[in-house]
Design a protein around this ligand. Structure first.
Ligand SMILES: *Cc1c(COP(=O)(O)O)cnc(C)c1O
Length: 434
C-alpha cells in the first residue's frame, strides 16, 4: 500500500542514516520479506498503530512479552507507581525478592533465580554457570534454536559430530565456538552419538523445548526424555531455554507440559525472559540451590548488571505474572489461539494451500507445507516467496505477523473473537494470492 506521504518510509530513510540497517534488532528490518518496516507509534490491547495512523492486529506482541496485550491498565498503573519512586538504584529492592519468589512458586524446578536484563544475558550466564559447576567446557545446542547472541551460541553445525561448530556471525573467533557442538533437533541417533563421543567433557545441553525461533517445532517427548537421561548419566546440566515459552505456553512453562508425560521431569537450569518482564527489559536464570549458590557473591561464577532487577521492570513483570494467574487465564488464551490455528487450517484447505500449524498456550506457528516439521532443515524448505506473499497479503489487510518464516506468532488476552475472525477473513484472501 502506498501513501501520498508514507511516514514509515520517511522514518525508515532517516533511521538508515543513523542506525545500521535502520533498526536496533535485525529481524525488524523486513529484509527477509521485502518492503518497509512499520514504525510503531503506539499500541493498545491487541492493536498496534504505525506512523501513518494505520491499525494492525498484532501477532508479534514484542516477540512474546505482551501476553496481556498492550497497555493493560493494572500493569500501566504498577509501572507508573514504580516510576514515581525512582528509575534505578543499583541497590536491592523488595520488589526483586517478590518477583523471584513469584517465579520460583510457579516453576518448581528452581530454588533460586538471578534476575538480569535480557534473554541473551540470561542464556550466556547459564552457560557460564554450567561450565563453572561442572569444570567442563563443551556444550550441546541444536540447529534452529536461538539462545540470544552470546559468542558461544552463534554457531551452526560443523561438518560432522567429531567437529565442533562454525560461527554464524563475523567477529566470533573460531576459538570461542570450538566447544559448541550443534546437533539436529529431534535426532535421537545424533544425540546418542554426541554423548558417546563427548559425554565426559560436556558442561551442558541447552535446548528450546518448543522451538519458537524456527517458527514452532516441538521437541518430541522421547527426545526430551533422552536429553534428561543422558545429561544425568554424564554429569552434564540440562538447560531449558524458556525465554519464549516461559509463562507463555503454560503457567509452568514448557517444562510443566513435559512433566505431564515424563514422570518427575525437571531441567537443571531454566532461562527465562520475555513474558517475565511484561515488555520491560527483564530476564532470569535459575535452578537448584546447590548450583545457584556457585554464583557470585556466594561462589566463584561471576555475573553482574547495573540495571539487573530494575525497579520499574520488576513492577511491570510482577503485575504481568499476577494477571496471568487469574482463574481460567491460560484456558481462555489457549482456546483463542487454538481457534485461530484451526481457522487458518480451514482457510488454507478451502484454498487448496498445503498447510500445517501447531500451538500451545498463547504461542503458535504455521507452515506452508503439509506435515509439521521436526527440525530446522525441514522448516527451511518453506518456499520463502510464498511465505512473503502471505505475509504482505496479511499486512496489507492490517494483520501484523512476524516478517520471517522462522518466527513463532503470539496471541494475547486482549485479542477478541472479532479480531480472530477478522484475521481469518484476511488469511483467506491472502491464501488466494498463492
Ligand atoms: C528471545 C530469545 C532469547 C534472547 O532474548 P533477548 O531478550 O532478545 O536477548 C533467547 N532465547 C530464546 C528462546 C528467545 O526466544
Amino acid at each position: 500500500m502506498t501513501h501520498s506521504t508514507d511516514l514509515n518510509t520517511t522514518l525508515f530513510q532517516r533511521a538508515c542514516r543513523v542506525i545500521p540497517g535502520g533498526v536496533n534488532s535485525p529481524v525488524r528490518a523486513f529484509k527477509a520479506v521485502g518492503g518497509t518496516p512499520r514504525f510503531i507509534e503506539r499500541a493498545q490491547g491487541a492493536y498496534i498503530f504505525d506512523a501513518n495512523q494505520r491499525r494492525y492486529i498484532d501477532y508479534i506482541g514484542s516477540w512474546g512479552p505482551m501476553i496481556l496485550g498492550h497497555g493493560h491498565p493494572a500493569v500501566v498503573e504498577a509501572v507508573q507507581k514504580a516510576v514515581l519512586d525512582g528509575f534505578s538504584f543499583g541497590a536491592p529492592t523488595e520488589r526483586e525478592v517478590e518477583l523471584a519468589e513469584e517465579i520460583l512458586r510457579l516453576m518448581p524446578s528452581m530454588d533460586m533465580v538471578r534476575l538480569v536484563s535480557s534473554g541473551t544475558e540470561a542464556a550466556m550466564s547459564a552457560i557460564r554457570l554450567a561450565r563453572g559447576a561442572t569444570g567442563r567446557s563443551k556444550l550441546i545446542k541444536f540447529e534452529g534454536c536461538y539462545h540470544g547472541h552470546a559468542d558461544a551460541l552463534l554457531v551452526k553445525a560443523g561438518s560432522g559430530l567429531a567437529t565442533f561448530g562454525n560461527a554464524t556471525s563475523a567477529g566470533v573467533p573460531p576459538e570461542v565456538v570450538q566447544h559448541t557442538l550443534v546437533l539436529e533437533y529431534n535426532n535421537l541417533a545424533q544425540l546418542e552419538e554426541a554423548f558417546a563421543l563427548h559425554g565426559p567433557e560436556l558442561a551442558c545441553l541447552m535446548i528450546e523445548p518448543i522451538a519458537g525461533n524456527m517458527n514452532f517445532v516441538r521437541a518430541s517427548v522421547p527426545f526430551v526424555k533422552r536429553c534428561r537421561e543422558l545429561c544425568s548419566q554424564h554429569g552434564a546440566l540440562l538447560v531449558f531455554d524458556e525465554v519464549m515459552t516461559g509463562f507463555r505456553v503454560a503457567l509452568g512453562g514448557a517444562q510443566s507440559i513435559y512433566a505431564q508425560t515424563i514422570a518427575g521431569f525437571e531441567p537443571d537450569l531454566t532461562v527465562m525472559g520475555k513474558v517475565i518482564g511484561g515488555g520491560m527489559p527483564l530476564a532470569a536464570f535459575g535452578g537448584k540451590r546447590a548450583v545457584m549458590e556457585l554464583m557470585a557473591p556466594l561462589g566463584p561464577v561471576y555475573q553482574a548488571g547495573t540495571l539487573s532487577g530494575n525497579p520499574v521492570a520488576t513492577a511491570c513483570g510482577l503485575e504481568t505474572l499476577r494477571q496471568i494467574q487469574e482463574p481460567g487465564f491460560f484456558d481462555a488464551l489457549s482456546q483463542k489461539t487454538r481457534s485461530l490455528v484451526d481457522g487458518l487450517k480451514s482457510a488454507a484447505a478451502a484454498n487448496g494451500v498445503p498447510f500445517s500449524a501447531d500451538c500451545q498456550g498463547g504461542m503458535f506457528g504455521f507452515f506452508l507445507f503439509k506435515d509439521l516439521p521436526q527440525n530446522y532443515a525441514t522448516v527451511m524448505t518453506t518456499d520463502s516467496k510464498r511465505f512473503n506473499t502471505v505475509f504482505h497479503g496479511l499486512l496489507d489487510q492490517g494483520i501484523y505477523i512476524a516478517p520471517a518464516l522462522y518466527e513463532a506468532g503470539f496471541v494475547s488476552a486482549a485479542h477478541s473473537e472479532h479480531d480472530i475472525a477478522e484475521t481469518l477473513a484476511a488469511a483467506s484472501k491472502a491464501f488466494c494470492l498463492l
